[in-house]
Design a protein around this ligand. Structure first.
Ligand code: FA5
Length: 348
């Protein structure tokens, strides 16, 4: 009997010290992992308080009840303390700015798409490639020889004014190319006819902007050189390009024009698709929009490229891709294309 009382007193005193120890450890725990360790140490399957509860079987019933009640009270007390501490951790984390709630549904990333000008460029490349043309690139920074002289535009010729440009503060009077035509010469210098190639790319002009004019635009140069090349042959290729590009028949016309690097020269205009030819701001109320300059390669350009003009004939064109985009997507102001306005761009 005395032994049993002693055993009971021992258990009671164990519970007292466990309470002090566990309380202290809960207070000291600085994160959830530490708190879980404390739980395991005292309340887990092999925990100190669980051990006391298990050992109750070895003491008589009337004492067992007393110690059992105290042990259960301590168990509940510690569980409550641990829960309180846990929710204080969660609150502090929620208040932190960098708190990340991994249970929240994710934000869907916004998917972009190709710019309409890129779409138009790709489509143009695809069509000409299918007709046997190579797609090549040329430099955006040019020198005066390729941009003007080699193209039969002498230094003081008024035609230079048509392509007023931005000169760079670099040696040799380098400039931002005003058209893609320099690549006719660059290509013929390195390749032997027969030739079929296109050169898409940015060009720059010192120009006031309006519905149809930008100071930076995309052009695509085309060149075909062979023995028997003629204007009807050029017209057939351009007609096929229009059919595939607009996916329907469109009306276009060639009118005499002047370019020092082609003879004869003409411009290509097409029915304005924004107003269906009725007249609008995009076509300056004429119902037609000029989309390209073209002509038969001038003998001097052949000579400047190292080819014999008696042996070879060729035609060349320079389309304004921005204007083709205007017609394809019915855009009545060219400036919208490079405005960077997503409300506009998301429509294409
Ligand atoms: C030229 O640039 C010649 N190099 C075209 C050429 C190539 C002629 C080969 C003969 C042989 P032009 O300056 O007209 O020509 O421009 C050609 C096309 O580019 C125009 O028809 C138009 O569609 C477009 N374009 C020209 N200037 C602008 C501009 N400021 N804004 C938007 N598009 C333009």
């Amino acid at each position: 009997m005395q032994l049993n009382n002693k055993r009971m007193e021992q258990l009671k005193s164990d519970l007292k010290s466990l309470k002090v120890e566990a309380k202290l450890e809960i207070e000291k725990a600085e994160d959830l992992a530490k708190l879980n360790q404390v739980f395991k140490k005292y309340l887990g399957k092999e925990g100190e308080i669980t051990r006391v509860l298990r050992s109750l079987g070895s003491i008589p019933k009337q004492n067992r009840m007393k110690v059992g009640r105290e042990a259960n009270e301590l168990k509940n007390f510690l569980e409550k303390k641990i829960e309180e501490k846990k929710s204080s951790f969660v609150k502090t984390m929620e208040n932190r700015k960098d708190w990340l709630d991994v249970t929240l549904p994710g934000k869907k990333p916004v998917l972009g798409h190709l710019h309409p000008l890129t779409q138009v460029r790709k489509k143009t490349e695809e069509i000409f490639q299918m007709m046997g043309f190579s797609v090549v690139e040329g430099p955006e920074i040019e020198n005066e020889w390729y941009n003007f002289d080699a193209l039969n535009i002498p230094k003081d010729h008024p035609a230079r004014d048509l392509w007023d440009t931005f000169y760079l503060k670099l040696k040799d009077r380098q400039l931002l190319r005003t058209h893609t035509s320099p690549n006719q010469v660059r290509y013929m210098e390195k390749h032997q006819p027969p030739l079929r190639m296109i050169v898409p790319g940015n060009v720059f002009r010192h120009e006031a902007t309006d519905f149809r004019h930008e100071f930076q635009l995309f052009q695509v140069e085309g060149l075909m050189v062979d023995k028997d090349i003629s204007v009807p042959n050029f017209k057939a290729i351009i007609g096929e390009f229009f059919r595939r590009f607009f996916e329907k028949e469109v009306q276009f016309r060639l009118r005499p024009d002047f370019f020092p690097f082609t003879e004869p020269s003409f411009d290509i205009s097409m029915t304005c698709l924004v107003c269906k030819g009725r007249g609008c701001s995009a076509c300056k109320k004429t119902g037609w929009l000029e989309v390209a300059g073209a002509g038969m390669v001038h003998p001097n350009v052949f000579k400047n490229s190292g080819l014999d003009p008696k042996e070879w004939k060729g035609w060349a064109f320079g389309f304004g891709l921005d204007r083709l985009a205007m017609m394809k997507y019915k855009i009545n102001d060219i400036r919208l294309l490079r405005s960077g306005d997503l409300r506009f761009l998301q429509q294409f």
